[in-house]
Design a protein around this ligand. Structure first.
Ligand SMILES: *Cc1c(COP(=O)(O)O)cnc(C)c1O
Length: 393
């Protein structure tokens, strides 16, 4: 039995000790000066990481609340809008819009594949009334990262608004919010930001605010306009999760000390190492090249039946203290997923791969052991340049 559990699901992610300690402080008044300073620092740090000068609105919520906020603020009942889905989270966004009475046009790709910008172009040409496009940056259920620059270029080239779910991409994968003209970017504290769940962060452009003024969907808790007013005073409308914000602040210190580009490069290297390691032992990656995510790696079930896969994950958790994720929705029993985002480094990859290989061999699923870690070491030695293209952005 391992002494400590290693959490390697694609969110919530492990908390560095610095982050854990940052939260154990006395509570403060969320209408007082200490909170205003915290809020100002957190928002400007997120802006720096997201490469944006747009406001970053903070809502006490999980990431899904951020997705709902984008829908409720940008759209009107019966309005036609394009939702590009490459998996469960893309479907969730479209489902939220459907529940709100939006006329959803769904561009749906087979699981494991990325959005083709030409499909977006075609659908916008066929549906000239569509003014807003919703895209998942990094689909956590399938381990696919959409190539955002050409997708954004198509949408912005037609003068439309684009909203992006980067809950599991932001801070780990390159995303140039202002360079690409992204109008709404949604992310959440428990993924790449190395903080606990509880805070949705949403970057909102001037055009998105203007659209929110015209949009007629009902909204209360997630109202951008009201939140903006409070945020101008460095407050939130409702009581914020202050302790989570201390954690986000400390996570931001770590990200900015390392350097945002270095954080991206670390994720690219770690992603390559995980992929190289599991493939060296003959396991099969689920996502299509070259869109494989550098934050989460889904792997085809190496154990045969869903029951055997479940045994593998249980063995890893109970005997080796390594917590990996199964598949979501249709992919349950077909794949398992390794989360490698936020607090993850080369050494963590060795541990993940070594335990995975051990458990696979304990279940009689590997004919040869000792392949995974050396393959990952070779990638680490040569750096990411020699590995498969370091993910798109
Ligand atoms: C985690 C995640 C979300 C939000 O999930 P919550 O459980 O509501 O925080 C949304 N989109 C993607 C791509 C995610 O990975």
């Amino acid at each position: 039995m391992a002494l400590e559990q290693q959490l390697r699901v694609p969110g919530p992610t492990p908390l560095p000790e610095r982050v854990v300690r940052s939260q154990s402080r006395p509570m403060i008044n969320h209408r007082g000066p200490e909170f205003a300073a915290l809020m100002a620092e957190v928002c400007s740090g997120i802006q720096e990481v997201l490469r944006t000068r747009n406001d970053v609105l903070l809502f006490p919520s999980s990431g899904t609340g951020g997705l709902e906020a984008a829908v409720a603020n940008m759209l009107s009942p019966g309005e036609k809008a394009l939702f590009c889905s490459i998996g469960s989270f893309g479907d969730r966004w479209a489902d939220i819009a459907t529940a709100y009475g939006v006329d959803v046009v769904r561009l749906k790709m087979p699981e494991g594949e990325a959005i083709d910008p030409e499909d977006v172009e075609r659908l916008l040409a066929e549906n000239p009334t569509i003014e807003k496009v919703f895209v998942t940056h990094n689909e956590t259920s399938t381990g696919v990262t959409n190539d955002m620059p050409p997708i954004a270029a198509v949408v912005k080239g037609r003068g439309k608004l684009i909203a992006v779910d980067s809950v599991s991409g932001a801070s780990c994968l390159p995303l140039d919010t202002d360079g690409l003209g992204l109008d709404v970017v949604v992310t959440g504290s428990q993924k790449g930001w190395m903080a606990p769940p509880g805070l949705a962060m949403i970057a909102v452009s001037k055009d998105a605010y203007a659209a929110a003024e015209r949009a007629k969907l009902p909204r209360w808790y997630f109202d951008f306009a009201r939140e903006k007013k409070f945020q101008e005073r460095n407050q939130t409308y409702t009581t914020p999760p202050v302790s989570v914000m201390y954690a986000v602040q400390e996570g931001l210190h770590m990200i900015l000390e390392e350097g945002v580009e270095n954080v991206w490069a670390r994720h690219a290297l770690v992603g390559s190492m995980i992929r190289g390691g599991v493939e060296a032992a003959g396991l099969r990656l689920f996502a299509a090249k070259p869109y494989r995510s550098n934050t989460v790696t889904p792997i085809h079930n190496p154990a045969g039946t869903p029951e055997e896969l479940s045994k593998l994950l249980t063995l890893l958790r109970t005997k080796h203290g390594l917590v990996l994720a199964g598949g979501q929705g249709d992919l349950k029993g077909k794949i398992f997923r390794i989360g490698h985002l936020g607090a993850v480094d080369i050494g963590d990859v060795f541990v993940i791969l070594a335990y995975l290989e051990l458990a696979l061999s304990e279940m009689g699923l590997l004919s040869r052991v000792g392949l995974m870690v050396p393959a990952a070491q070779a990638i680490a030695r040569e750096g990411v340049a020699s590995a498969e293209p370091a993910g798109v952005h």
